[in-house]
Design a protein around this ligand. Structure first.
Ligand code: THU
Length: 132
């Protein structure tokens, strides 16, 4: 199963009763392990969590360390059921930048053969990285 098929296999698990916008994400580590996430909405709308951060947080909970996240894959479907390009939001970019030490490649699908790739550094240049 390729990563598009893998994303598609659990996209339905997204909990999106308010927006109808489903997102699935897979984090791939430098060792080739994968961790999944979906968006989980809340009736208290701002407490919703994005698929990408859920995937990264899942990886961290399983022991993945900063710098070990190599790729983040994203697949989304709108309310009408069509695949749409979903770029990670600003908060997700910040978390991905920190957990990959600025090195992740983001793979954004619009179909099995329609994928665009961007470095996290290009999506979030000059990310906040230090409290010094
Ligand atoms: N969402 C994600 O999960 N990832 C993104 O990159 C953009 C937005 C979710 C949040 C919310 O549940 C729905 O998509 C609509 O904004």
């Amino acid at each position: 199963m390729n990563l598009f098929e893998e994303l598609d296999s659990f996209l339905e698990r997204a909990y999106a009763p308010y927006s109808g916008f489903r997102v699935a994400s897979i984090v791939v580590t430098t060792e080739g392990k994968i961790y999944r996430g979906v968006n989980v909405e809340s009736v208290a709308y701002p407490t919703t969590m994005c698929a990408e951060r859920n995937a990264v947080f899942h990886a961290v909970a399983e022991g993945v360390k900063p710098g070990e996240i190599a790729e983040v894959h994203i697949l989304a479907r709108n309310e009408a059921g069509a695949y749409v390009t979903a770029f990670p939001c600003g908060s997700c970019r910040q978390v991905i930048a920190e957990q990959s030490r600025g090195k992740a490649t983001i793979h954004i699908y619009r179909g099995e053969r329609e994928v665009e790739m961007h470095s996290i550094a290009s999506l979030l240049p000059f990310h906040f990285a230090s409290l010094d």
